[in-house]
Each structure stands twice: as structure tokens, then as C-alpha cells.
Design a binder for this molecule. Structure first.
Ligand SMILES: C[S@@+](CC[C@H](N)C(=O)[O-])C[C@H]1O[C@@H](n2cnc3c(N)ncnc32)[C@H](O)[C@@H]1O
Length: 314
């Protein structure tokens, strides 16, 4: 029996259907997490799944599943930004899935430092190496802090919050999530009563600590290198910054370039298209899924299929 894990996979059915798993296929789950998609792919008859996660605890917790599906699941501790390097043969994968962001386990464990709801060390590292959120808030100059909050948190009060951080750390370094959350709440003139005032600040810092947007760009390029013609890439994102990167990547590298308007000549197609878009508009979860899993609320699924080297369908 597969153990019950606290992370509920978002749009699992839609993801697995989109990947069209089959017994001869090799699939890369670049964000293994609690093995939700991987388990569904294996149960659906996938020949081989390579499950990657940068969090060592996700890999550790997946050992039981690897034993259960021995010969069909390979676990890799690493980053999806170079997922193509996990393959024995280049361009041999039939599917790649990326389910962005953090898992419920990471969010819920106070000691990981992702949450403004639970007090813990100000950490936020998925992989437990490199600078932590505390290192960044205590050492980064005010202007850069404000820019991060603005760009990665879309935080309107970015400068005010950055100023408050710099004033607080002059007294003593910030080390706890609760300190930062309280400081942000105090610095905000007013805020939406439905959202904790520190939501955007925590999102921004998490993105910077884990270089999430850089990883996403590298992961999309690595998927292009990893997939064989006919192979599919499915990405589930949770905020507009991620979704924009996915949308633009597939649009710019797919056969369907935007049409010129009456006032503009059609764009000149210079490169051979690498992808065929499978989702013109993102797929979003239904009301029932959102009701049973609020984390699904902001999810957007986009997918594309790899073309042959001359831009044709496999
Ligand atoms: C949203 S959870 C995935 C949940 C999974 N789809 C499931 O159904 O259980 C995201 C996971 O991806 C991992 N992750 C995030 N960015 C990563 C990256 N660049 N490389 C590898 N793993 C990453 C996180 O550590 C986390 O475990």
C-alpha cells in the first residue's frame, strides 16, 4: 500500500493524461515531492520514471516507492535545471513534468522556514545548501531588497518593507520567520484582510533563495534537450511570474508564432519550431478540486509536444 502523504497532487489526472504514459516510455518527474504524479504514472503503466528533487528528504521518503516499483523508478537528488543530464541517451525521454514551488511538507514544517504561519528559522532553502533567507535579509543592501520584493513578490510596499528590515537588523540580525512576518505587518500601512501581509515578502525571498525563476528557464531548455520528437512537457505553475515564463518559452519556440495585426507585418520566422502547443489557454483546476485542495486555487497547467528536428510532428 502506498503511504498517505500530506501533499495532494494538483491536477494529477490532467497531468498524467497529457503525458500519455505507456510501458515503453521514459518520463522525468522534475519535482518529485511526495511522489504524487510519479505514483500515478507508475500505476498507469509507465516503463521508467526518473524522479528528481533538490530536497534530500523528498528523495529519502521516496525509497519505499522505488522498492515497490523496482526497475521502474530511479531517484535523483538534484535540480531540474539540468534534468537532461539524467538520461542515459540524449533526447530519449517521452515526457517531462514540472510542478513548481514548494510541497505542503516543506511549507508545513516550521523548521524549514518557508511559512509565516509557523515560527521557525528564517531558512527557505529547498536543498539545505547555499545562503538562507536569513543570510539574505541580514546582508543585502536596502535597494536590492526592495527590488526583489517588487519584482518577485509584486509587493507595492517594497521600499517601506526593505527600510524596516534594514532598521531592524541594525539592532540585531533577523533569524526567525515570526520576526520577519511581524516586522512586515508593522511596516504595511494597510493590507488585504484575506491575505497575511507577509505573503508577498515570503514569496519573493523564497524565489531568490532558490533561484526559482532561473531554474525554471533552465528546466524548460533542458526539457527541450531531453525529449524525443512526440515527447511532451507539462508544467504546473502557481503564480503569474512562473506562468509568464512558461507561456513565453513555449510560444517563442513553437510553430504558432503570434500573427501580425493589421498594423504590423507578420513576424519573420527565423528558427525552426521546436514545439507544438497543446494548450493555447492554460488548463485550470475545477471548482471541486479547489474546494478539496485550496492549494490548487492558483494553478495553471501548460503543455507542449516536441517536434522533429525539421519542425514536423513525430
Ligand atoms: C509542488 S512540490 C511537487 C509535488 C509533486 N508533484 C507531488 O505530486 O507530490 C515541488 C517539489 O519540487 C522540488 N523542487 C522545486 N524546485 C526544484 C528544482 N529546481 N529542482 C528539483 N526539485 C525542485 C521541491 O523540493 C518540492 O519537493
Amino acid at each position: 500500500m502506498i503511504d498517505a502523504r500530506p501533499h495532494i497532487p494538483v491536477m494529477g489526472r490532467e497531468v498524467v493524461d497529457m503525458l500519455q504514459v505507456h510501458a515503453n516510455g521514459t518520463y522525468i518527474d522534475g519535482t518529485l515531492g511526495a511522489c504524487g504524479y510519479t505514483t500515478m504514472m507508475l500505476a498507469g503503466g509507465a516503463g521508467m520514471v526518473i524522479g528528481i528533487d533538490r530536497d534530500p528528504s523528498a528523495i529519502r521518503d521516496a525509497q519505499g516507492l522505488a522498492e515497490q516499483f523496482a526497475g521502474h523508478l530511479r531517484l535523483v537528488h538534484g535540480q531540474f535545471g539540468n534534468l537532461d543530464s539524467c538520461l542515459d541517451q540524449p533526447a530519449s525521454a517521452d515526457g517531462v513534468v514540472l510542478d513548481l514551488g514548494v510541497s505542503s511538507m516543506q511549507l508545513d514544517q516550521a523548521e524549514r522556514g518557508f511559512s509565516f504561519m509557523h515560527d521557525g528559522p528564517l531558512d527557505m532553502r529547498m536543498s539545505a545548501d547555499g545562503p538562507s533567507a536569513a543570510d539574505l535579509v541580514n546582508e543585502t543592501e536596502e535597494r536590492t531588497l526592495a527590488e526583489w520584493l517588487w519584482r518577485f513578490g509584486e509587493e507595492r510596499h517594497s521600499r517601506r518593507i526593505a527600510r524596516a528590515i534594514v532598521a531592524a537588523r541594525a539592532e540585531q540580525p533577523l533569524t526567525r520567520t515570526s520576526e520577519l512576518a511581524a516586522l512586515v505587518a508593522k511596516a504595511m500601512p494597510r493590507h488585504d484582510p484575506h491575505h497575511h501581509p507577509a505573503t508577498r515578502t515570503f514569496q519573493a525571498l523564497r524565489i531568490v533563495v532558490n533561484d526559482e525563476l532561473g531554474e525554471l528557464e533552465r528546466g524548460l531548455s533542458a526539457s527541450e534537450a531531453a525529449l524525443q520528437p512526440g515527447g511532451r512537457c507539462v508544467v504546473v505553475s502557481f503564480h503569474s511570474l512562473e506562468d509568464r515564463i512558461v507561456k513565453n518559452f513555449f510560444r517563442d519556440r513553437s510553430a504558432s508564432q503570434p500573427k501580425g495585426s493589421r498594423h504590423q507585418p507578420p513576424p519573420i520566422e527565423t528558427a525552426t519550431p521546436a514545439w507544438r502547443l497543446l494548450t493555447r489557454k492554460p488548463i485550470v483546476p475545477g471548482a471541486a478540486e479547489i474546494a478539496s485542495n485550496p492549494r490548487a486555487r492558483s494553478a495553471r497547467l501548460r503543455a507542449a509536444e516536441r517536434l522533429t528536428p525539421d519542425g514536423g510532428e513525430a
